[in-house]
Design a protein around this ligand. Structure first.
Ligand code: 5GP
Ligand code: MG
Ligand code: MG
Length: 191
């Protein structure tokens, strides 16, 4: 069977599969070093689903630490390329993270609302430490003064898909990250 992940629907590739692999290995080393330098050998990874699952799957295998995993599900987008609501937690984590070292991982930092909200929620659970990591950062769009502790790539202001990021739940399985062809972003009414 021919391998098909619909990369032909992209107008432009911003981050290739090779670039992702290289950078994620670097991030894994950097994050591991940060914790081990402080004598911390176990962390709790909190993945923001669905977007971060592909990134987390690859990154956590580059962490040379004991890692427990939980997920938090947030909604702020309907099937469009612009946020329509304030971020809302649909499904919270199950682990008790009080006194634990938490690493919150999301796919992309855009306006900053999602991460800021989640940091607030997790802080109230009183972890020993809380760090944030995003694969992508659209610095130009930030409405809140917010930075992640770890970031894979800074990208320009464009709606991107692939490697976990979706458009209407599609394209998460693309092996690279790119910009969807404009005519595919706004399907005509009759579609
Ligand atoms: P923020 O709250 O920082 O504005 O947005 C973060 C969330 O919006 C991300 O977790 C992601 O789900 C979604 N998002 C922001 N920009 C993009 C984008 O370019 N493409 C996709 N697929 N999702 C995005
Ligand atoms: Mg998200
Ligand atoms: Mg989405």
């Amino acid at each position: 069977m021919t391998y098909m992940s619909h990369t032909e629907d992209l107008a432009e590739v911003l981050v290739t599969e090779d670039q992702l692999a290289t950078r994620i290995a670097e991030l894994g080393e950097q994050i591991t070093k940060h914790y081990l330098d402080q004598g911390i050998e176990e962390i709790v990874v909190v993945a923001v689903t669905n977007g971060a699952i592909v990134f987390v799957a690859d990154l956590m295998r580059k962490l040379n630490l004991h890692t427990r995993l939980d997920c938090i599900r947030v909604s702020s987008y309907r099937d469009e390329t612009q946020p329509v609501t304030e971020p809302e937690i649909i499904d919270n984590i199950r682990l008790n993270v009080e006194g634990e070292h938490v690493l919150l991982i999301d796919d992309i930092l855009d306006t900053g609302s999602t991460l800021q909200k989640l940091v607030g929620v997790l802080r109230r659970m009183r972890p020993a430490t809380l760090k944030t990591c995003v694969l992508l950062d659209k610095e130009g769009r930030r409405t809140k003064t917010y930075r992640a502790n770890y970031c894979g790539f800074t990208i320009p202001e464009a709606f991107v898909v692939g490697y976990g990021l979706d458009f209407a739940e599609r394209y998460r399985n693309l092996p690279c990250i790119g910009v969807l062809r404009p005519e595919l972003q706004n399907p005509p009414e009759w579609c």
